[in-house]
Design a protein around this ligand. Structure first.
Ligand code: NAD
Length: 474
């Protein structure tokens, strides 16, 4: 069993001022597999001070120097992919296909940021003015457990592309993954203080970063409730904030959709990352006329094709919930759904037979009303709700009747599906299972977030336009 004793400040691994040791669990067994020593608000002060010392030189770097840094980071992360996949499997329990994707994503995200910076004009003429895109300053980067390594690399890469320095607060539940990322990034040899990292609880380390007067911007990925507290904490120093928050995404099945293609798409959208995905399509909308056929086919596919179990078994499609707390939360929602009068189509409370870790039964409710808690609140587990619609206006109204707006899925004849997609209040809409585009903006409408990440929109969130009048190009 490993104990991670260090945080990272000013280019060095150092012991934190905080003394608390926090247990890390393997969610597939419940076993304690490691411990991490957590930092505190004093460590945040030291990390911000290091980022502040490094900022003037970093802000003066040009595109070529930043590209060199990004290329070194990407190569270093790439050489640790296998180690990262093992950490994701042990600590998080994502099925091996997903864990491998997550390990690859850490390096791939840096590559996309590199590509974005290459193409992005950091200076341009607008009328008689010269407009320079200046780094926003010191940024606080706060990540969730459900893709900790990927979010650290993604956020840090865009911060560096913009010429910022950073203080990172990773998920305290993902310290093994964080440790792999830190050792890789250290090998990349960036100047001391450009990035600093403090492990710790959200309520002390995260909150201290959000309130720190020297931090100019927060990029946060996590729950909507914590996102709101970050906006409040940021107000005093008018920090810029990018918030990537929760979702309750609709999957609309149009009457001209081919159910043979739809069923695997609905399962993939709903159960990706074992249901622990912000973009999971958890409200499944089908017309009243096709509902019976759809229900029968979805039930049969889940009961015969979805395999819950050991994340290391390549046949597994749904792994455990990340923690006992998350397991209990999913159980509570399954109870609530029954109390609210929804009908269980498959699954239910308890663990699948023979499994002892934090596993839940893939569950589908039908006869769900959009006013029920299971249709309104983010459950963050493999639990889907089927809602039926009378006509397409009704489908769009139900899909948009939510406080969230992160993602949506539409299945149907492509032109028809495109017309419905245009009417959805959602940061992105995926038509017929189309592939992700990493350069396109990613983020949510309504209470799913503020601002966008990725590609040029993501880079601009770390930049401030500065207008020079009477200046000549160097
Ligand atoms: P969380 O909000 O509990 O924690 C996220 C991070 O914030 C953690 O590092 C945590 O320690 C920290 N934190 C907690 N309280 C804080 C505070 N008061 N101040 C500052 N930081 C604080 O979320 P989670 O449980 O780790 O992750 C799951 C949530 O993240 C889900 O709601 C999911 O939808 C969301 N999420 C969103 C996206 C997206 O891109 N929109 C992606 C992944 C996850």
């Amino acid at each position: 069993m490993r104990t991670i004793e260090h945080i990272y400040i000013d280019g060095r691994f150092v012991a934190p001022h905080g003394r608390e040791l926090f247990d890390l669990h393997n969610p597939a067994t419940g076993e304690v597999i490691g411990r991490v020593r957590l930092g505190d608000a004093d460590d945040v002060d030291a990390a911000v001070a290091a980022a502040k010392r490094a900022l003037p030189a970093m802000a003066r770097t040009g595109k070529a120097e930043r590209l060199q840094m990004l290329e070194a980071m990407q190569a270093a992360m790439h050489s640790h992919i296998d180690e990262l996949r093992e950490a994701v499997l042990d600590e998080y329990g994502a099925p091996v296909s997903r864990s491998s994707w997550m390990a690859d994503y850490a390096a791939a995200a840096i590559q996309v940021a590199t590509h974005t910076l290459k193409d992005y004009p950091l200076e341009r003429e607008i009328g008689s003015a010269r407009v320079v895109m200046a780094p926003v300053g010191i940024v606080g980067l706060i990540t969730p457990w459900n893709s900790n390594a990927g979010f650290i690399c993604n956020k840090l890469a865009y911060a560096i592309a913009a010429g910022c320095t950073a203080v990172i607060k990773p998920s305290e539940m993902s310290a093994l993954q964080t440790d792999v990322v830190l050792r890789a990034l250290h090998e990349a040899g960036l100047p001391a203080g450009v990035y600093n990292l403090v492990n710790g609880h959200g309520a002390d380390v995260g909150a201290a970063i959000a309130a720190h007067p020297d931090v100019a911007k927060i990029s946060f990925t996590g729950s909507t409730a914590v996102g709101k507290s970050i906006v409040r904490a940021s107000a005093d120093s008018l920090k810029r904030v990018t918030l990537e928050l929760g979702g309750k995404s609709p999957t609309i099945i149009l009457d001209d959709a081919d159910l043979d293609a739809v069923i695997p798409g609905v399962i993939e959208a709903g159960f990706m990352n074992s249901g622990q995905a912000c973009i999971a399509g958890t409200r499944v909308l089908v017309s009243e006329t096709r509902r019976a056929e759809f229900e029968a086919r979805l039930k049969s596919a889940i009961e015969t094709q979805v395999k819950v179990g050991d994340p290391r078994d390549p046949a597994t499609t749904v792994g455990p919930m990340v923690s006992q707390t998350q397991w209990a939360r999913v159980q509570r929602y399954i109870r609530i759904g029954q109390e609210e009068g929804a009908r269980l189509l498959t699954g239910g409370e308890g663990r699948p037979d023979g499994l002892t870790g934090y596993f839940v039964r893939p569950t589908v409710f039908t006869d769900v009303g959009n006013d029920m808690k299971i249709a309104r609140e983010e459950i963050f587990g493999p639990v889907l709700s089927i809602l039926s619609y009378r006509n397409e206006d009704d489908a769009v109204a139900i899909a948009n009747d939510t406080t969230y707006g992160l993602s949506a899925y539409v299945f149907g004849e492509p032109v028809h599906a495109g017309r419905i997609a245009a009417r959805l209040d959602s940061g992105r809409v995926v038509i017929n299972g189309a592939a992700h585009e990493p350069l396109a903006p990613f983020g949510g409408m309504k209470q799913s977030g503020l601002g966008r990440e990725n590609g040029p929109f993501g880079l601009e969130s770390y930049l401030e336009p500065k207008t020079l009048l009477g200046a000549h190009a160097a």
